[in-house]
Design a protein around this ligand. Sequence first.
Ligand SMILES: [Zn+2]
Length: 235
Amino acid sequence: MNMKMLYKLIILIPIFTYMSYFFIGVITTYILRLKNPLKKMDFSEQKIYLTFDDGVDSAYTPELLKLLKKHNIKASFFIVASSVKKNKELIQIMKNEGHIICLHSLKHHNQILQFPQQIKNDFEESIKIFNEQGIDISYYRPPWGHARLYGMYLCKKLKLNIVLWNIIIQDWEKDTTKEILCNKLKTKIHGNAVICLHDGRGKNNAPLKTIKTLETMIPQWQKEGYMFETVDKLF
Ligand SMILES: [Zn+2]
């Protein structure tokens, strides 16, 4: 083997190894989505599970909590653990008002791109942050719904139930509007709807549009006879 060939191999082998590692993560995610039990629920049962990802956000989460309180609705919050320390009071309000606090990773990193030690640290540091606030975590939603087999193994070991969704309306998009979001919800709604919404991280005030959408949709859903549940009732 000449030197040129050797140099090529030195560069190509790590790239190929990483690409294979990435590809395995993509396949695992595909299987996780395919086997999502929420897609096989009884869609005739008039229940809605409102779930919110990417908070806590000091600007939007309080507005959302006010709206939920006004309608006496309990929701499930999938929280990015690194946002907890700056928003301890909001977390306690959430807890005291009967909402379910769940995990959405430490810093919203994509599990497919993480190595095993990083995935392990992500879970351990996140759980520690919540425990310091007196909160036990039992439910987990991976960012973008992307998960590796090792992440799923850790969930089992840490007794975390993975919760995906069966309705998603891209409410994080910067060009979306309240009208677009209302229309999507009206078209997609069904019984036992586990709706993935966002109260943080969205561009161009996206979470505010989500809140405005719910201001319209919640009274309509209540009129139609829907009951609101939290994700702990799924298990
Ligand atoms: Zn997210």
